[in-house]
Structure formats: structure tokens, C-alpha cells
Design a protein around this ligand. Structure first.
Ligand code: UDP
Length: 405
């Protein structure tokens, strides 16, 4: 099949760790590669956010990345991209109508891509599949006035869920959220993300560490909801351990980063500054050596649409202490492959981490069970196979995509 993947802000070619570059970029890159592996012809459409980008890039994984001219050719925060989605959709429609490549199916990632893709799909009779990656209704609940999403987001997400040919959900929690939003369950297909088990494996190089000091690692974009502040607040509960924080801007820009400074100030006030180490953004290929250097991974977000980092840690044979939210509630089986604690509760987090650091046998048992779980359920190949079946179904249905409300 010819498959178009639309990811307006998250390019598969981006450097990860900064505010708007994380799991969606990884997801699109890995999925596109896995779909090529299944024999499909894949193009990824992402917004041109620099003038020096070529129109098209052919990746070594066999898919193409097309840089779409929509809005200024510079970095724009994702929450400010809505005004350019009409232009994005018109450009796609023009390409698919008049160009030499029309997809059999278009898979949009994130709601704004959904709007642009639906516009193009309606005009070219290309069926549209949507993965939200994150939901406005959840973001609003947790961030309240700090939520910078465009005002109409929740309404658009509801309308999209009813208009596209299929919604791909990534975890049970997302199903509940969407049903409450008014998206029929019958429109959804549950297809969790995978993890690259070549890149993330128990054996391989290990980042330097002090063998005498237990190490916990926490990974993600430097945004408040990732729970790094809770991890720092939990540190006094394990006086011997060090905490490595991976993500954010590159290391040399950390001193100027507002959130990194806040984290540093909190570590000072908790008396743990000498045990909290910020390493900044790490290239994807080097993530494995950081995971493997740790005794356990802490993933403490307030909410998490899916959460690739727990899967990556598990695939590296590192036990996980996570918050019982979103996709983490599905991927980590409490008491079997890791421990789950309530979000935004640094005391529960500290207790769970301290207990697991003190229990080598349990860590080994969790890591072994986690690896089994990863190998049996969470490969990108499996994800691509399941999605291929969804694409085949929507293409066979041949139903023109109805208008968004
Ligand atoms: N990541 C990375 N380098 C960093 C920080 C993060 O490559 O410095 C990657 C990480 O390995 C994972 C992704 O970014 O693949 C984060 O995905 P996750 O689903 O955990 O969080 P999101 O960014 O989607 O909120």
C-alpha cells in the first residue's frame, strides 16, 4: 500500500528531548520504518520549520520525508500551528490530486495533523486514520490555566473522532477518555506503540557510573508534567542514590533553560543537589547506554498518553517505578514487571524507589518479566502488522470521509 503519515510538528528527523520533540517523533520514525519493512511505500509529511531543509529526504530506513510549506519556515511552538493547518491540508490535497503519488490511506498523528489530513482526504477520497498521541481534555484537566492549547482543541478532537475512518488508540485509558468525549468505541482500534529492540536491549555499552552508588534514571522532555520535580522531591528518601535526568536542551544550553534551573533550585532546597545530575538531550542511539547504566528507571509523569521511555527501559532490562497513569498502567504490570504509584505523590514515589533499590532479587525478577513482556507484545513489527490490517479494512470499506463538524 501507499501510506501517507502526517505529523505536522513532530518530524521523524528531529533531535529529541526538547519541548516539542519526544515520543511522537520516535513513534512516527519507527512506525514508518516498520511499515516499509512490511513492504509498504511510505511518505511522512511534516511542516517545513527551517529554510535550509530539502523538499524531500529519503531515509536509510526506506521511507521519504516531505517538508510541507505551511506557515513560516522556522520553529513555531506546536500550540501556535493551528492557523497553518488549512494551508497544510490544501497543499496535501494538491499533491495527492495532481502529483504522481496518491496514498491509499493517510495516517494523521496529533489532532492538528488530523484537521489538515481530513481536509485533503475529503477532496481526494483518501481514507483517514488518526492517532491523537495526546488529548486536549486530559491536558486541560491537569494543566488548567497553564494549558497553552488553542481554545477549540477539545471540540476539534471530538469532531475528528467522529469524522475519520478509524481512530488508533494506544491504551485502555485513552479509550475511556474518548468514549466520555463522545467518540464511539466502534471507531477505535487499540494498537500500542512498540519499542526498537535492536537499539534498546540489555547488552551493550553502558554510560559511566560510580558502581558504589545506586543510580536511578528519569527521561523525557523538560516539561512540568513529566514529574521530574516529584522525582527530585523523592530523593531524600534514598540518601545513597544518584538521579540522572536525561532530556531537555543540549547539555551546554542547560544553564540557560528555565525548567532546568527550577529543577536545580529544588534539588538545592531538598539538599540533594550533589546527587541530581542533568545530562541534557541525548541522541536516540545513545539512550540505551544511559538506561543500562541505571539500577532502575523512574517514570513519574502526572499523565501520559502512552509513554515510550518505560518500554525502552524495560527493553534494556531495567526495572521501572512508574506512576499509574495512561499508557504506563498498561505497559507496567504492578508487582510483576515494575511498581506503580499514584501521580504527584513524591512520598509514595520515594518509598517505592527505596524499597526496590534495597531489593536486588525483586529488581532482577521485574527486569526478567519486563523483557518477556516487551518481546511478546511491544515490537514495531507487531504494531505495523496490526496497523496494516486497519489500513486494509478502511481502504476496502471505500467510504468517503465525512466532513468534520
Ligand atoms: N528521548 C531522546 N533523547 C532525550 C530525551 C528523550 O531520544 O534526550 C526520547 C526517548 O528515548 C523516547 C522519547 O524521546 O523515545 C520520549 O517519548 P515518551 O513517550 O516517553 O514521551 P513524550 O515525549 O511523547 O511525552
Amino acid at each position: 500500500m501507499r501510506i501517507a503519515m502526517i505529523s505536522e510538528h513532530a518530524s521523524p528527523l528531529a533531535v529529541l528531548g526538547e519541548e516539542d520533540a519526544g515520543g511522537q517523533n520516535t513513534h512516527v520514525a519507527e512506525l514508518a520504518a516498520a511499515l516499509v519493512g512490511e513492504g509498504h511505500d511510505v511518505r511522512v509529511y511534516t511542516r517545513r520549520d527551517a529554510t535550509n531543509l530539502p523538499d524531500t529526504v529519503s531515509t536509510t530506513d526506506g521511507y521519504q520525508v516531505c517538508h510541507v510549506p505551511a506557515g513560516p519556515a522556522l520553529r513555531v511552538p506546536k500550540d501556535e500551528l493551528l492557523p497553518y493547518m488549512g494551508e497544510f491540508g490544501r497543499w496535501l490535497a494538491g499533491q495527492w490530486r495532481d502529483g504522481d503519488w496518491t496514498p491509499d490511506v493517510a495516517h494523521a498523528h496529533f489532532w492538528m495533523s488530523g484537521l489538515a489530513t481530513l481536509h485533503a482526504g475529503r477532496r481526494t477520497r483518501v481514507p483517514v486514520v488518526l492517532t491523537y498521541h495526546a488529548l486536549g481534555v486530559v491536558k486541560k484537566r491537569h494543566q488548567g490555566a497553564k494549558d497553552t492549547s488553542p481554545p477549540g482543541r477539545i471540540g476539534y478532537e471530538r469532531a475528528l473522532g467522529r469524522a475519520v475512518d478509524r481512530v488508533i488508540v494506544q491504551c485502555q485509558d485513552e479509550i475511556g477518555e474518548l468514549v466520555r468525549l463522545g467518540v464511539p468505541r466502534s471507531r477505535m482500534a487499540l494498537v500500542p506503540s512498540g519499542v526498537n529492540q535492536e537499539m534498546f536491549r540489555p547488552d551493550g555499552p553502558v554510560a559511566p557510573r560510580d558502581p558504589a552508588r545506586p543510580r536511578i534514571i528519569t527521561v523525557g522532555r523538560m516539561v512540568e508534567r513529566k514529574g521530574f520535580l516529584d522525582v527530585v522531591r523523592a530523593m531524600p528518601a534514598m540518601p545513597d542514590a544518584e538521579c540522572v535526568v536525561v532530556g531537555g536542551p543540549p547539555a551546554d544550553q542547560l544553564p540557560a533553560d528555565a525548567f532546568a534551573r527550577r529543577l536545580g533550585a529544588l534539588a538545592e532546597s531538598c539538599g540533594v543537589a550533589d546527587r541530581v545530575k542533568l545530562v541534557g538531550a541525548v541522541p536516540r542511539e545513545e539512550m540505551g547506554r544511559w538506561y543500562r547504566s541505571a539500577d532502575l528507571l523512574v517514570a513519574a509523569p502526572w499523565y501520559e498518553p502512552f509513554g515510550l521511555t518505560p518500554l525502552e527501559g524495560m527493553a534494556c532490562g531495567v526495572p521501572v517505578v512508574g506512576t499509574d497513569v495512561g499508557g504506563i498502567s498498561d505497559t507496567v504490570v504492578a508487582g510483576l514487571t515494575g511498581d506503580l504509584v499514584p501521580p504527584r505523590d513524591h512520598r509514595a514515589l520515594g518509598t517505592a524507589i527505596r524499597r526496590l533499590l534495597a531489593d536486588k532479587v525483586r529488581r532482577f525478577a521485574y527486569a526478567t518479566a519486563a523483557l518477556d513482556r516487551i518481546r511478546s507484545r511491544y515490537s514495531w513489527k507487531r504494531c505495523a502488522e496490526q496497523l496494516s490490517a486497519v489500513y486494509a479494512a478502511v481502504t476496502a470499506a471505500g467510504r468517503p470521509t465525512p466532513a468534520v463538524a
